[in-house]
Design a protein around this ligand. Structure first.
Ligand code: GLN
Length: 454
């Protein structure tokens, strides 16, 4: 099978289902076909040069791609064509994958359902009346619908794992600092991580291998060696110690999900692991801490969208200040504005100590909860989400109910540790996800457990 055949298949499938799923904001068909042809010609002489050679991939639209429209699903970047590639895109080019197109998301990655996209609603391929999750909803839906083999997403508070769970695919949020954020349109810089969404754990490990590693262009990039993740996929979890936080199976977690986690633990026990209940006592503060810190960082990061340097500028302003104000008022959506206001308030003098500084302290306590558990256990296991995919409109009237959907994924970002979501059963025909959380930079053990379970 040639690369051109694979790319053909991808666009054929997109032609069949995209009208219903609507995962893509931009398709890059002409370039993809040219790349495929070039790779095929090269392969005749040299054979495939990488494990990912010629495989069709989709990219979340907050990763900048040289010459290819990048919007972060915001009207303010509607016609933005970057002049460079994100580091992960450069790495994918080295690995010789083929970019099929750019995927829908919540505007600037703020949301849990893709209903905050400035452009379109992506539908869950398992039930078109339901959301695909978010913010990497297009990334998860496109893989679940077979439009691409795999995709990249980003995860600030659950945006890879929650949509992976809702769409029945595998999503990994790596350790903070493992994957370069250079060229990721920033939401909350101390929490954002790029990661792979795939159909199975092995593909996921290959894709992470390709994008991970130190990058001098990202000051928070970690100087660590990327281990051989594939070698850890040996099924051997004998003697492995699993912690199950009681806070992750408490109130608000749906009964079927609790049951599926218990079934998963039984499978892991059969394979030789043991599990015990533990406590992450500061979990109850995670949501408040996250929304305060992430909105504060967002208010600073989004200051650059001023109508001068990027994208949209209002056509009807009389002077500079009015131009700034109108550009931002017209360009940003409701949720983005809500967070900019919340963040600006929390950072303003007089409130900084009471809110931002306090939240930073609580973040440290949450991180210490994890460190304590990891002194005795190899991984933490629980559900990815408290409910399966919900219907469009179900959580839009009250932002707080939407925020509550991230209660199980957010602590992981605050602590900076890696976590994966793998499919673990169904509730009324809708996929559920098992979340496996590991120590800092111990993606190998996370993959090992996920692969053994899968
Ligand atoms: N849903 C969360 C939010 O709205 C997480 C988003 C994300 O991880 N990018 O902030």
């Amino acid at each position: 099978i040639s690369v051109s055949d694979l790319v053909d298949e991808s666009y054929k499938r997109i032609g069949e289902v995209e009208g219903k799923v609507q995962a893509f904001l931009t398709l890059d068909e002409e370039n993809a076909r040219t790349t495929a042809k070039a790779l095929d010609e090269k392969a005749v002489q040299n054979g495939p040069t990488s494990k990912l050679y010629g495989l069709p991939i989709g990219i979340k639209d907050n990763l900048v791609t040289n010459g290819l429209r990048t919007t972060a699903a915001s009207k303010i970047l509607e016609n933005f064509h970057p002049i460079y590639d994100a580091t992960v895109i450069q790495k994918l080019k080295q690995a010789e994958t083929v970019t099929i197109g750019k995927l829908n998301m919540d505007e600037f990655a703020m949301g849990s359902s893709n209903e905050n996209s400035g452009f379109q609603k992506t539908h869950n391929p398992w039930d078109l009346d339901r959301v695909p999750g978010g913010s990497s909803g297009g990334s998860a839906a496109s893989v679940a619908a077979g439009e691409v083999l795999f995709s990249l997403g980003s995860d600030t508070g659950g945006s890879i794992r929650q949509p992976a769970s809702f769409c029945g695919v595998v999503g990994m949020k790596p350790t903070y600092g493992l994957v370069s954020r250079f060229g990721l349109i920033a939401f909350a810089s101390s929490l954002d991580q790029i990661g792979p969404i795939t159909r199975n754990v092995e593909d996921n490990a290959y894709l992470l291998t390709a994008i991970a590693g130190y990058d001098e262009m990202d000051s928070t990039s970690a100087k660590v060696d990327v281990p051989d993740y594939i070698a850890s996929l040996n099924g051997d979890i004998k003697g492995l110690k699993i912690a199950v936080p009681k806070e992750y199976l408490g109130e608000g977690v749906n009964e079927e999900i609790r049951k599926s986690v218990m079934d998963a633990l039984a499978v892991l026990e059969q394979l030789g692991a043991t599990w015990e209940e533990v406590s992450l006592p500061h979990s109850k503060y995670a949501l408040a801490t996250y929304y305060l810190l992430s909105s504060s960082e967002a208010s600073a990061n989004l200051a650059r969208f001023d109508g001068v340097r990027y994208g949209y500028r209002t056509p009807n302003a009389e002077n500079l200040i009015e131009m700034y104000k109108k550009t931002r008022a017209e360009g940003f959506g409701e949720e983005v504005k809500r967070r900019i206001m919340l963040g600006t308030f929390a950072l303003s003098s007089g409130y900084y100590d009471a809110y931002y500084k306090k939240a930073q302290k609580v973040r440290t306590l949450i991180k210490q909860d994890f460190e304590k558990v990891f002194e005795q256990y190899d991984v933490i296991v629980g559900p990815t989400t408290p409910t399966p995919a919900f219907k469009f409109g179900e959580n839009t009237s009250d932002p707080l109910t939407m925020y509550a959907n991230d209660i199980l994924t957010i602590p992981v970002n605050l602590a900076g540790v890696p976590a994966i979501s793998v499919p673990c059963g169904f509730d009324q025909g809708l996929p559920l996800g098992l979340q496996i959380i590991g120590r800092h930079f111990d993606e190998s053990t996370v993959y090992k457990v996920a692969h053994a379970f899968e």
